[in-house]
Design a binder for this molecule. Structure first.
Ligand SMILES: [Zn+2]
Length: 281
């Protein structure tokens, strides 16, 4: 039966990067399966949770919070619009040891006054100003179950509780709050928890990473062909400093050199340069 064939072809792997590859495989399967029935069945899989059920409360405050996330959640990326037409990433998602904090989003270079667009259909949950943080910022709750945040805006073009369509202008790029140089700080948030926007959006190529992205809670178990798999840890990155070697970076993060080679497509002869971001987990 077609459905079984399509599902068996999905072999989730231990880390998120590989999950992206799996999603692409799912799509390829779906392109061949032009049955609307099959499509509906895939949509009705257990990890689809309508946003109304996920978020029973509507509040105009509190960007991040601790909620119990589902073990897995499939985010529908169809119908996206890129938040900005700019393509240059100036900072990535992840932990910053020096500041002892997590950079909860991705930074994209913009010019002051550049239009910023809603990424998906949804409703404006927060419009606010944070002098020492986000500056002028907007949070949208989307029908697909995630929220997006747009920060350091020079101007907000929407008001709280307003419905928006993907691609509606929601603000203008700027340099407000804790920011040096105009840029868009963009976050993708699932039930109060920021996840790496790079899993969903490819700014360089102005595209999404697939029709869907499956979030899996680290350590959660799932079944593939009767075999229990455990979702791997969330990816961790290291920004190479001058004079650092891969062996030194590997020791620092308690991982093997070969693991770093594998995660970054490098080999023992590869040269790394300061400022480069290496994935270490
Ligand atoms: Zn940022």
């Amino acid at each position: 039966m077609i459905l079984a064939a399509a599902l068996i072809a999905v072999v989730p792997c231990a880390n998120a990067q590989d999950m992206l590859a799996d999603e692409v495989r799912v799509q390829n399967q779906m392109e061949y399966a032009d049955s609307i029935e099959l499509h509906d069945m895939l949509l009705n899989e257990s990890y689809i949770i309508p946003s109304d059920d996920m978020y029973p409360v509507w509040e105009n405050s509190g960007v991040h919070y601790n909620a119990v996330l589902p073990d897995s959640f499939r985010i529908d990326l169809r119908g996206y619009v890129m938040p900005t037409t700019n393509t240059k990433i100036t900072d990535i998602f992840g932990y910053r040891p020096r500041r002892r904090r997590v950079h909860k989003g991705i930074d994209v270079k913009v010019q002051k006054g550049d239009t910023i667009y809603a990424a998906f259909d949804g409703k404006i949950r927060i419009t606010a100003y944070q002098r020492r943080g986000y500056g002028h910022y907007v949070v949208i709750r989307h029908n697909n179950g995630i929220e997006t945040l747009y920060a350091h805006l020079s101007k907000k073009l929407v008001t709280e509780n307003q419905n928006v369509k993907a691609g509606d202008p929601i603000g203008l790029g700027g340099n407000t709050g804790r920011s040096t140089g105009a840029h868009l700080h963009f976050e993708t948030i699932l039930m109060g928890k920021s996840i790496d926007p790079a899993f969903l959006f490819d700014f360089k190529n102005q595209n999404v990473t697939g029709e869907y992205y499956v979030y899996r809670k680290p350590g959660s178990k799932y079944m593939v062909n009767g075999e229990v798999k455990i979702a791997g840890p969330e990816p961790k990155y290291h920004k190479v400093k001058s004079g650092e070697t891969i062996s030194k970076i590997a020791r620092k993060h308690g991982v093997s050199q070969s693991a770093i080679f594998k995660l970054n497509g490098l080999n023992s002869r590869s040269v790394i340069r300061p400022g480069q971001n290496l994935r270490v987990q």
